[in-house]
Design a protein around this ligand. Structure first.
Ligand code: HEC
Length: 191
């Protein structure tokens, strides 16, 4: 799993609000997860849009590839909240889903096929891993127009070449608008 950190200020609020692991109720955990993911999505979108404006999609590839890693190493170690992205068809092998994530992604596909909108599709559970309580949350990510530059059927030749160079085993292509692209995953240690 490739970890992605979020803003320090936000995290400190998130963590200090955890009076005690067992006292944090599900409603609160969900609310905090929504906030964390909203921040993360905003951060990512901002970086991506700025890079696209500056140098087109080829330039923006660098943002997805490198900046996400930078943020990871500097911040996620300080916290017990971990964010990552995953999918059933991955671009970066480091984003490969864990068994439980894979099961949830399949559940999302199923729910989508049954007509549920991706907009608010989510999953959460509290589990015990090696005696430690853990809250797991996933939010579905749909494919919108801007995603098609790098994940669609008609990727520009220069973009395609750069992607193939960086990700020789890229499976995150040929998506259509409205498809389930993957999910943002949040894991929070409760002990
Ligand atoms: C400028 C090109 C570009 C655009 C636009 C783009 N992506 Fe990506 N995407 C990438 C790259 C590069 C990676 C691999 C990042 C890494 O190395 O972790 C990636 C990875 C991902 C992943 C992680 C799973 C995997 O396949 O490795 C998800 C989920 C994802 N993108 C969703 C989206 C969505 C949703 C959109 C539209 C809102 C989008 N992307 C737009 C280039 C792009």
């Amino acid at each position: 799993m490739k970890k992605i950190g979020i803003s320090v200020i936000f995290l400190s609020t998130l963590l200090s609000s955890a009076v005690s692991a067992t006292e944090v109720n599900k409603e609160q955990l969900l609310q905090e997860s929504h906030q964390a993911i909203q921040q993360f999505a905003k951060h990512l979108k901002g970086k991506l849009t700025a890079a696209m404006k500056k140098g087109g999609p080829v330039n923006a590839i660098q943002v997805c590839n490198e900046k996400a890693m930078d943020i990871t190493s500097s911040e996620s170690q300080k916290s017990s909240v971990i964010l990552s992205r995953t999918s059933l068809k991955i671009r970066n092998p480091e984003n490969a889903p864990e068994a439980w994530e894979k099961a949830v992604l399949k559940q999302f596909e199923e729910r989508k096929n049954q007509g549920e909108s991706l907009q608010k599709m989510e999953f959460s559970e509290t589990v015990e891993v090696n005696g430690n309580k853990q809250f797991r949350y996933m939010k579905a990510m749909g494919v919108s127009q801007p995603c098609l530059h790098c994940h669609g059927e008609k990727v520009l030749p220069d973009v395609s070449a750069e992607l193939s160079k960086l990700y020789p085993d890229d499976k995150a292509r040929a998506y259509k608008k409205g498809d389930l692209r993957g999910a943002i995953v949040l894991i929070r240690e409760l002990n």
